[in-house]
Design a protein around this ligand. Structure first.
Ligand code: 13P
Length: 256
């Protein structure tokens, strides 16, 4: 594992799960084992309305709270949207941007993803920028080109000193929630190409410092092997993060 240059970040994406009232018992389990977690940063990305409960439950721990989406606008007449400033004021430190579910169900474009990344960085939130191909694109052998293009568009116009603060996540859509985890070799190949794009855009020093996560059916059984790949610096975990014990087991795999 290449842990010299960059942080390992294990992030849970609760998606549209967990009630505000359910956060406390979950937090108790994680907090009890928090002392054993030394070598990675841990983030929980909660639904916007659950963020205050999560911030309260994980206060004074090393576990940070993130959001799952953000408006690309600063403020104003955007009914239903949540601004970066509001998320930050509520205590969020991270925000997922460009998740395939937002791209698919909310019609989020590459251009919108780029706008959201800029707003998040301006506001001081750490974006977790998701990219990934569909099964059809995967089978057509188009994964690499697609992911390279997504990374380039998401980071378009973002200067190096800002880019070094963000996280990228490779989430093949065919692996999300399906149990069909990407092989460590495939995930490594794509993540190394994502780092190659960073190198082309920002040079070797910045590319080496940016955390790249893998997401898609990561679980306690496959986490260690995925996280052992040289260009995989963490995980973005959906289903398995809903169970505090399973999430903890993944965190522990990152600490080996
Ligand atoms: P699963 O871990 O449930 O496959 O979800 C991955 C994901 O979409 C995280 O953002």
């Amino acid at each position: 594992m290449n842990r010299k240059y960059r942080k390992t970040v294990i992030a849970g994406n609760w998606k549209m799960n967990i009630l505000p009232s359910e956060v406390k018992p979950y937090a108790e389990i994680l907090k009890a084992a928090a002392g054993r977690v030394k070598f990675c940063d841990v983030v929980i990305c909660a639904p916007a309305v659950v963020i205050p409960a999560a911030v309260k439950a994980f206060k004074d721990t090393r576990i940070s709270i993130g959001a799952q989406d953000v408006s690309e606008h600063d403020a104003g007449a955007y009914t239903g949207e949540v601004s970066a400033a509001q998320l930050k004021d509520a205590g969020a430190k991270y925000v997922i941007i460009g998740h395939s579910e937002c791209r698919e169900y909310h019609g989020e474009t590459d251009r919108a993803v780029n706008g959201k990344v800029k707003v998040a960085l301006e506001t001081g939130l750490t974006p977790i920028v998701c990219v990934g191909e569909t099964l059809w694109q995967h089978e057509a052998g188009a994964s690499l080109d697609l992911v390279r293009a997504q990374v380039k568009s998401a980071l378009y116009g973002i200067p190096a000193e800002k880019a070094r603060k963000l996280i990228l996540a490779y989430e093949p859509i065919w692996a999300i929630g399906t149990g069909m985890t990407a092989t460590p070799a495939h995930a490594q190949e794509i993540c190394s190409q994502m780092r190659a794009v960073l190198r082309e855009m920002y040079g070797a020093r910045i590319a080496r410092a940016i955390t790249i996560q893998y997401g898609g059916s990561m679980n306690p059984g496959n986490a260690a092997e995925l996280l052992a790949q040289p260009d995989i610096d963490g995980g973005l975990i959906g289903g398995a993060s809903l169970d505090a014990e399973k999430f903890l087991a993944i965190i522990q795999a990152a600490n080996q």
